[in-house]
Design a protein around this ligand. Structure first.
Ligand code: CMP
Length: 136
């Protein structure tokens, strides 16, 4: 069933640093994901820890929080039909080495940590993550 959804996307420090923001935004738009709101921010490690708290028991949590707070990121609200799953398809597998051709992570990702983009994985998390960055 097709329904209009919103999802949160983050262009991570590795991609912002390599000036890939416009290329990645173009990939969203070509895939019918409309950017409804966006901002470039640099979050603290505490904010990253709060954002990623669902991963707090994972061995990679500390590195993940250091990484997301290591430089500017672009956070966006994407909207479209089945936006959550469409964005995840477009991003590709978490590990760029395992991602399909033409996905964002296959095209631009460097490693499982520096995988260029984050996207919400469920309706519930999309709502939470959008609220986290766009409170108003
Ligand atoms: P993201 O979609 O932002 O969600 C959590 C992030 O943890 C993930 O992308 C990866 O960049 C990072 N990560 C680091 N190591 C792992 C791992 N072993 N499994 C899953 N995610 C990992």
């Amino acid at each position: 069933m097709n329904k209009i959804e919103q999802t949160l996307s983050i262009i991570k420090p590795d991609a912002v640093e390599r000036n890939l923001t416009e290329n990645i935004k173009n990939m969203f738009e070509k895939n019918n994901l409309v950017i409804k709101d966006q901002k470039k921010i640099h979050i603290t490690k505490d904010e990253a820890a709060d954002f990623y708290k669902v991963h707090q028991s994972k061995p990679f949590y500390n590195d993940l929080c250091n990484y997301l707070s290591s430089g500017p990121i672009v956070v966006m609200i994407l909207e479209g039909e089945n936006a959550i799953s469409e964005n995840r398809k477009l991003m590709g597998a978490t590990d760029p080495k395992k991602a399909d051709k033409n996905t964002i992570r296959k095209t631009y990702g460097i490693s499982i940590d520096k995988n260029s983009v984050h996207g919400s994985d469920s309706i519930e998390n999309a709502e939470k993550e959008i609220k986290f960055f766009f409170k108003d």
